[in-house]
Write a protein that binds this ligand. Structure first.
Ligand code: ARG
Length: 458
């Protein structure tokens, strides 16, 4: 059944109906559609546009539809054009003429916009909670491994020793920014479009403040054309979610590396890994790989939304129906990824000895060796050069900075003495990096507390 049959003489062809219909994906907004309609009918009643009695009957009718959908008594008709049509049709079937009054001073264009916003605001809250849960797991692990030495990398080459807690908290900072983006995006989304009508508002004496208050919106859209054709909030959310996925994907990549025999920094719990059907020895980090892979879907959703919107003249055009599958897919994917990733991280076994061994191997303390000479008065550039020569000598003699005899050190620079061995100790190198934002255990612990406090005070 279409709502707009009046001026048509022929029935819609099945292919057109199927092509045009959005019910297969917008039916998930049934609750928001009903909430929006209840608020709208109440406002119509308050403003005397329909009688209070009719408004009440409409409200009751809509609530009974909601109950029946949720209890399974009422099936959503997948032949309907969209969820708005289905619910209005059902209301009219139940209430007769009174049901037909619901759509006074409203269009599906402002209706769909309010439905999406109501739906997305809830989703932002759910995703925020999932990001916070991951952040708390990161904090627990960072605290536990605040003193664990590991190699820090640049170019995936061992660079300088850091603590594992510090490495984990880098992801903590990323997720904190994600939380900021999510809440910021929700703020801009929080303006109510009902009352924009099809594009040009309405001549009925509506009171949009009443509807906004009933639906718990912070504000009201100020331009009717923009109100019905704005989808920035979908794009912004898809963008914030894409950045979440960038972070999860980078983290996943590291987890995959750390699980390999080449690194062996961690081992994933059996419950969060899978095997191979042919190679009995395999234990694969499939969750991390899938998260890395699924990031592509979310970026695709963002690109899809940008492309759909970029050429649309004001105001509503049917192209915009394409918004929903993209943003819903982005939401579903991010929720699924976070739900799988967090317990995987929580249950991973950390292998500090292997991390330390990797840190001890490759002249990772060369900067500290140079800094040792600087502290003895040599300009950094000269100290850097002398240390470079020492590294070359070690390579030639198949020794490390720890095992090169002091006489050899002295041959390259007189300022060296036995104290150098203490200065290049891995713990010393990592723990003395106390500059703000550095990897020393106290900084890690302080940042864990800082993040926990931020989350507690939200
Ligand atoms: N299913 C439509 C959508 O998702 C609802 C709005 C329809 N408006 C219209 N003028 N055809 O965008």
């Amino acid at each position: 059944m279409q709502l707009w049959k009046g001026r048509f003489q022929k029935a819609l062809s099945k292919t057109t109906n199927d092509f045009n219909s959005s019910i297969s994906f917008d039916s998930r907004m049934y609750k928001e559609d009903i909430e929006g309609s209840i608020a709208h009918s109440k406002m119509l009643g308050e403003c005397g546009i329909i009688s209070k009695d009719e408004a009440e009957k409409i409200g009751e009718g809509l609530k009974s539809i909601l109950n029946d959908i949720e209890s399974g008594k009422l099936q959503i008709d997948m032949e309907a054009e969209d969820i708005h049509t289905f619910i209005e049709g059902e209301l009219t079937a139940r209430l007769g003429d009174t049901g037909k009054r619901l759509h006074t001073a409203r269009s599906r264009n402002d209706q769909v916009a309010v439905d999406i916003k109501l739906y997305l605001k809830k989703q932002v809250d759910e995703i925020t909670a999932l990001v916070e849960a991951l952040l708390l797991v990161i904090c627990t692990k960072a605290e536990q491994y605040s003193e664990t030495i590991m190699p820090g990398y640049t170019h995936l080459q061992r660079a300088q020793p850091i603590t594992f807690g510090h490495h984990l908290l880098a992801y903590g900072e990323m997720l904190l920014r994600d939380l900021g983006r999510l809440s910021d995006c929700k703020k801009r989304m929080d303006v109510m479009p009902l009352g924009c009508g099809a594009l040009a508002g309405t001549t009925y004496p509506i009171d949009r403040k009443i509807t906004a208050e009933l639906l718990d919106f912070e504000g009201i859209t100020e331009n009717s054309l923009d109100g019905v054709s704005d989808r920035d909030y979908c794009i912004e959310l898809a963008s914030a979610l894409s950045i979440v996925m960038v972070h999860l994907s980078r983290f996943s990549e590291e987890i995959i590396l750390w699980c390999s025999h080449e690194f062996k920094f961690i081992e994933l719990d059996d419950a969060f890994s899978t095997g191979s059907s042919i190679m009995p020895q395999k234990k694969n980090p499939d969750i991390a790989e899938l998260v890395r892979g699924k990031s592509g879907r979310v970026f695709g959703d963002l690109m899809g939304l940008l492309t759909v919107m970029k050429g649309i003249p004001l105001a509503y055009n049917k192209d915009m129906q394409e918004d929903k599958e993209a943003i819903f897919d982005a939401i579903d994917t991010v929720k699924m990824c976070l739900t799988a990733f967090t317990p995987m991280l929580d249950t991973m076994k950390v292998l500090p000895q292997n991390m330390r061994k990797a840190a001890a191997g490759g002249f990772i303390n060369a900067t500290d060796c140079a800094d040792y000479l600087v502290k003895k008065g040599l300009p950094f550039r000269d100290a850097y050069k002398a240390t470079g020569e020492i590294v070359a000598l070690c390579i030639e003699k198949d020794l490390t900075l720890e095992t090169l005899p002091i006489e050899e050190y002295k041959k390259i620079c007189e300022l060296f003495d036995e104290g150098v061995y203490e200065a290049i100790g891995l713990e010393k190198c990592a723990y003395e990096r106390k500059s703000q934002g550095g990897p020393c255990p106290d900084n890690v612990k302080a940042n864990v507390e800082r993040i926990r406090t931020i989350l507690e005070n939200k």
